[in-house]
Design a protein around this ligand. Structure first.
Ligand SMILES: [Zn+2]
Length: 330
């Protein structure tokens, strides 16, 4: 099995957003230490709208200048150590302001589809340029903020324009269309990767892009009860390191606790406990790839411990890869 451990490198988008130190720097350093001890490389999808605003405000506010330098230093450290930094776009950063103390989040235009055609091309182009400059690496892979990349025919041109060739946004059976979200992955190829052109859920063998979908899992209500209760009973082990709040996902918590929910295969918090099962299920389906998603901000002491165990268990029989390591062959 080819396993890709991928992290979305970002703040929270609710109020407050949390600090760069707690949401990004500190947990990423802990993840890096695990990567170093186990000798594997990981993918970091960098929320590049955040980098744009760090650059915008660094000369205006000392607090942002400090934040900018910390993040810049860490991203340089990631690339120096051979990790793969790729493009993650939360276009609502276009509407975010800093008041000298905090980021004032505005998520009313949360997905690329909330912008007009010219703006979509401009945002993808600009963010691609910024991340290329920050990383000095070829940027060819993408993950959409909040899994929102539909309808893709509105975004196809922007992807072609900057030479993106891999996307890792889709997860099987994922569907959420409330609040600022819109994604529907209920009808996708029964494969662990496919080529596509104007619809990321539809295989097109002549397509310009590859979809590497994130693995999925149906988490039962009991799982979510455990997750929420452990956070209360053993906060030291089970409370996320990040100190912010997420953007609201209307109705999601209730669905989780009453019906359970199909979600992307996560390495965050208690989700890490299902990884072995997910690998096994993917092997049974004949899949060659398993993509796992995480967020430094959502990590817990418990999750980091279990992640290291998971990598050590799998690193001899499976291969841990990055998109950088496969992009040239595609
Ligand atoms: Zn994100």
């Amino acid at each position: 099995m080819k396993i890709f451990i991928t992290y979305d490198y970002e703040l929270f988008f609710g109020h407050p957003t949390g600090s760069a130190e707690k949401c990004i720097i500190e947990p990423t350093n802990q993840i890096l230490a695990i990567a170093e001890r186990t000798g594997i490389k990981m993918v970091f999808f960098i929320d590049t709208g955040y980098l744009k605003q760090l650059e915008n405000y660094r000369n205006q506010f000392p607090k942002v200048a400090k934040e900018h330098d910390l993040v810049k230093e860490q991203i340089q450290n990631l690339t120096t150590k051979g990790h793969d930094c790729q493009l993650h776009i939360h276009p609502h950063w276009e509407d975010v302001k800093h008041n000298g103390e905090n980021w004032e989040m505005n998520t009313s235009r949360y997905k690329l589809d909330d912008f007009n055609d010219d703006e979509i091309v401009k945002i993808v182009q600009e963010y691609h340029t910024i991340l290329s400059r920050w990383t000095n690496q070829p940027i060819h892979s993408y993950r959409a903020g909040g899994w929102c990349l539909q309808p893709f025919n509105r975004i196809e041109k922007a992807f072609l324009n900057v030479g993106l060739k891999i996307d890792s946004t889709v997860f099987r059976n994922g569907k959420f269309t409330a609040g600022n979200y819109y994604y529907d992955f209920t009808d996708i190829p029964n494969k662990s990767k496919w080529k596509f052109q104007d619809d990321l859920c539809k295989e097109n063998t002549n397509g310009a892009f590859w979809e590497y979908p994130i693995s999925n899992h149906f988490y039962k209500p009991l799982f979510f009860w455990r997750l929420f209760i452990l956070g209360r009973l053993q906060p030291d082990l089970h409370k996320p390191i990040g100190d912010g709040f997420p953007m609201p996902s209307p109705g999601m918590r209730k669905t989780m606790l009453t019906k359970g929910m199909n979600l992307s295969a996560g390495v965050d918090g208690y989700f890490v406990t299902k990884l072995d099962k997910i690998i096994k299920q993917n092997k049974a389906k004949g899949f060659e790839e398993t993509i796992i998603i995480g967020h430094p901000k959502a990590n817990t002491k418990f999750a980091l411990k279990r992640l290291e165990k998971f990598i050590n268990k799998h690193k001899n029989k499976d291969t841990f890869l990055t998109f950088q390591s496969i992009a040239e062959e595609l």
